[in-house]
Design a protein around this ligand. Structure first.
Ligand code: GAR
Length: 209
């Protein structure tokens, strides 16, 4: 069984999608949830699913390196095979990311490499994009720049506001993230030379299509 650890900061709707999928998928199990925010609703979801959850809260004046050292200790307690970032809103140090290279994935609310960083929906609207979406990618030290594994596209409508667009993207996120977790837990997905391979095939710059 693939031991999946999910890191969150908020609502945890992607955590929910992954937990639900793992229930139907005997090769993956969510063994824990870590939040950097004690009030994250995802912690309630973990509790409801009877999954062990912990908080690693940043201390006043603590450096990023110090925080990530504590986070790493917590992560290693769970002995995960896969670390799933699901709305975990902290930038990780190179040291932490390097330690779990090829074993850590993230979901980002844009069609990467477009719109790394924050406020992706607002920026897509401002640029009058006709298409927007979400990307699941392996995590590398450079922010939101790791090899894309799978993307989902949604249309952008003229009268959309950021909230409507975010909802449409979210729905897609809940479909693609569990699928990628399943690929990984079945041993079909690896990262090599900064590329994502599914069943031995390079998925290409926009992920599996
Ligand atoms: C998701 O839309 C995810 O793509 C985004 O946060 C949201 C978390 O929602 N992640 C990032 O912006 C990462 N930089 P959730 O807590 O309901 O899963």
């Amino acid at each position: 069984v693939c031991r999946v650890l999910v890191l969150i900061s908020g609502n945890g709707s992607n955590l929910q999608a992954v937990m639900d999928a793992c229930d139907d998928n005997l090769r993956a199990e969510v063994v824990g949830v870590i939040s950097n925010k004690p009030q994250a609703y995802g912690l309630v979801r973990a509790h409801q699913a009877e999954i062990d959850a912990s908080c690693v809260i940043a201390r006043k004046g603590e450096s990023r390196a110090e925080y990530d050292e504590r986070l790493q200790l917590k992560i290693d307690e769970y002995q995960p095979d896969l670390i799933v970032l699901a709305g975990f809103m902290r930038i990780l140090t190179d040291e932490l990311v390097s330690r779990y290279l090829g074993k850590m994935i993230n979901i980002h609310p844009s069609l990467l490499p477009k719109y790394p960083g924050l406020h992706t929906h607002e920026r897509a609207l401002q640029a009058k994009e006709e298409e927007h979406g979400a990307s699941v990618h392996f995590v590398i030290p450079e922010l939101d720049a790791g090899p894309v594994i799978l993307q989902a596209k949604v249309p952008v409508y003229e009268d959309d506001d950021a909230e409507q667009l975010a909802l449409r993207v979210h729905e897609q996120e809940h479909a693609i993230y569990p699928l990628v977790v399943k690929w990984f837990s079945h041993g079909r997905l690896i990262m090599k030379d900064n590329k994502a391979y599914l069943d031995g095939q390079d998925v290409g710059p926009h992920g599996y299509a």
